[in-house]
Ligand binder design. Structure first.
Ligand code: PGA
Length: 247
């Protein structure tokens, strides 16, 4: 595991974007696993900036996103599809046929989960998976105590996740109560994982995830078992991590 300490959010975003762009430059047809949330927004902005300077080409890149709210269609302002379009895809030369996100309004949840697993397998797996971490240690929408063996599945969101995400909705009652998410198994099968994290409120969970036991109670703790994880965090988020205990 490699831990890169950034000075602040901007520095974290630039360093993360550097790693993502290196992946695209080394393999223009790479499969990127992408995340939504406040954490990766700065990295996406940086990638758009480099694209505008003609330094990056997304035309052959394929993407799979981690998750999507159940019940929201692609055009809903709070859907993760909309987030990705407005923060990255519509600003670069992504081929829309290369974009994959669970369909929040699929008629049959079980078939949708199977379809998504098939999409990932059909792409040959994920080369670089970008991840954030939730305050309770979730990765994607894998909430505490979900089995590590799960692939794409439908989850009931915890109250803490609903409360955290309600900041983006007009009212907490509008936050969907369930979501499609890649499972831990899909995530750990990625060849390389880039976890980005910012802010002192994440310092405790980072300590638990990377210095504590590997347990489904802290989903991100499974990343200790992956041999290609890069953590890029700002100093506040990494304050409690001792480099010695995490190498
Ligand atoms: P955030 O979300 O980037 O908005 O903090 C991270 C997560 O919940 O996975």
């Amino acid at each position: 595991m490699r831990i890169i300490t950034a000075k602040n959010y901007e520095d974290m975003s630039r360093k993360a974007a550097n790693i993502i762009s290196a992946q695209i430059i080394m393999n223009p047809k790479c499969v990127l696993g992408l995340a939504t949330g406040s954490t990766p927004m700065g990295a996406y902005k940086q990638l758009v900036d480099w694209y505008n300077k003609d330094d990056l080409d997304f035309s052959m890149v394929r993407t799979v996103n981690l998750d999507e709210y159940k019940g929201l269609d692609a055009n809903h302002e709070q859907s993760y599809r909309h987030f990705m379009d407005s923060h990255l895809f519509s600003h670069v030369n992504m081929n829309p046929d290369h974009v994959n996100i669970p369909n929040g309004i699929a008629a049959d949840s079980r078939l949708e989960c199977q379809r998504y697993d098939d999409v990932i397998a059909g792409l040959g797996g994920i080369d670089l998976q970008v991840l954030g971490i939730g305050l309770n240690g979730h990765i994607a929408f894998n909430e505490p105590d979900i089995a590590f063996e799960k692939k794409t599945h439908l989850v009931t969101l915890t109250q803490s996740t609903i409360a955290a995400n309600s900041r983006l909705f007009n009212d907490i009652s509008e936050v969907p109560t369930s979501a499609y998410t890649m499972g831990i198994k899909n995530i750990v099968q990625a060849k390389m994982i880039l976890l980005i994290v910012s802010g002192e409120e994440k310092a405790d969970i980072m300590y638990e995830a990377f210095c504590g036991p590997v347990t489904p109670a802290v989903p991100a703790s499974i990343l200790q078992m992956h041999n290609q994880v890069i953590i890029v965090g700002d100093a506040a988020a990494l304050a409690k991590l001792s480099i010695n205990t995490t190498i």
